[in-house]
Design a protein around this ligand. Structure first.
Ligand code: ATP
Ligand code: MG
Ligand code: FE
Length: 365
């Protein structure tokens, strides 16, 4: 069985064709970053128009590259929330159109579920087992990649830290359609905190990667910054105080290049320390967890990965970090979530309305 997946919930337009065994037959992702960069963030109207302009072409492209006709498909899966409503309507409507035209089942995929299930995609392990970070090895007696101990797919239940520009939450993944949110942000998403702090430092949007690069030249101890909620019970997050502290440090200026690098390093160290602390709490909250999984663009950050690998290792768990292209928004994860749902007979009506807000707990299994 082969499924076509569509993603258009934020600023990535993406399509992918997957076989039920997880084999990726073709995939394409188009980032709209350049279109939004001059506005310093994602502009919903521009995003919706870009999805409308590019998604049909990407679909044709992946079908062509996979050498398939629509008649070869077993179903269509389209992200139907949460996200920006304009983009969701574009993706869901195109998906339903193809489903109607070719008499195929339609799956309305929850974007968060797609991120959550990426770790169960066959074939991404053991390369994704990040216990293998060179920096972490030795310090935390971690198993090496490919040593066979984590060769199988990630098993339920596992913990997911979703760290992106729009989401910052910790979820116990108990099965397909079975999620328990353990903690969420009280204010900004962590990627948003990276982006806002980077902007304060004069870096271009999206600021995460630029801030990480700058931080390599800084001294994380030079500028003391707060570590919000560190040591508090539970695994909620809060980043606005840290962002304010960055603003104050910048305002104390005038800043030299070194001064900026020090703030960047201090910010990143604070985020990494808080995430490690929150992850440790989450692990304690789910005694049966088999792994700590990260997803979202912030999972690309090496300091964050090292801190989380350390926290997981201290509790005897592997950190599973799928390849970055599967951590950020993509359609492979949407097709995979669609496959897992189709397997269980979980299809949706063509009248299913896209949902800008769609918490994981409201998913029917
Ligand atoms: P959603 O929240 O709906 O999943 P998104 O587009 O906000 O969508 P992603 O595309 O997964 O999320 O991630 C983008 C975010 O990740 C941005 O905030 C970006 O700054 C951050 N990011 C990317 N690379 C890094 C990095 N190396 N270090 C820190 N943050 C990063
Ligand atoms: Mg994005
Ligand atoms: Fe996402």
């Amino acid at each position: 069985a082969i499924v076509l997946g569509l993603e258009s919930s934020c600023d990535e337009t993406a399509a992918a064709v997957l076989r039920a065994d997880g084999t990726i037959l073709a995939e394409a992702v188009l980032s709209q970053q350049e279109e939004h960069a001059r506005f310093g963030g994602v502009v919903p109207e521009i995003a919706a128009r870009a999805h409308l302009e590019h998604l049909p072409r990407l679909v044709a492209q992946v079908m062509d590259r996979a050498g398939l006709g629509y008649g070869d498909l077993a179903g269509i899966a389209a992200t139907s929330g949460p996200g920006l409503i304009g983009g969701l309507i574009v993706g869901a409507t195109l998906g339903k159109g193809i489903a109607i035209a070719h008499g195929l089942p339609f799956v309305a995929v929850n974007h968060l579920e797609a991120h959550a299930l990426t770790a169960t995609l066959p074939g991404i392990l053991p390369a994704a087992v990040l216990a293998v970070l060179p920096e972490a090895r030795g310090r935390d007696a971690l198993p090496a990649a490919g040593d066979g101990r984590h060769a199988g797919p990630v098993r339920f239940p596992y913990l997911l830290l979703l760290l992106s520009g729009g989401h910052c939450q910790c979820v116990a993944v108990e099965g397909v359609g079975r999620y328990r949110r353990l903690g969420t942000t009280l204010d900004d998403a962590v990627g948003e905190a990276f982006d806002k702090s980077a902007k304060l430092l004069g870096l271009p949007w999206p600021g995460g990667p630029a801030l990480e690069r700058l931080a390599t030249q800084g001294d994380p101890a030079a500028v003391p910054l707060p570590r919000p909620l560190l040591g508090r019970p539970g695994c909620d997050f809060s980043w606005s105080g840290l962002k304010t502290a960055v603003a104050q440090a910048v305002a104390r200026g005038p800043l030299t290049g070194q001064g900026k690098a020090d703030i960047a390093a201090g910010f990143q160290a604070a985020v990494a320390a808080v995430l490690a602390d929150r992850a440790a709490h989450a692990i304690a909250m789910v005694p049966g967890a088999t792994a700590l999984v990260v997803a979202g663009g912030v999972a690309a950050n090496q300091a964050v990965r090292a801190a989380l690998a350390g926290a997981a290792a201290r509790h005897g768990l592997p950190l599973v970090a799928p390849p970055i292209r599967l951590c950020t928004d993509n359609a492979v994860m949407v097709a995979w979530a669609g496959i897992e749902r189709l397997r269980r007979g979980l299809t949706d009506e063509l009248g299913h309305a896209p949902r800008p807000r769609w918490p994981l707990e409201e998913l029917a299994a």
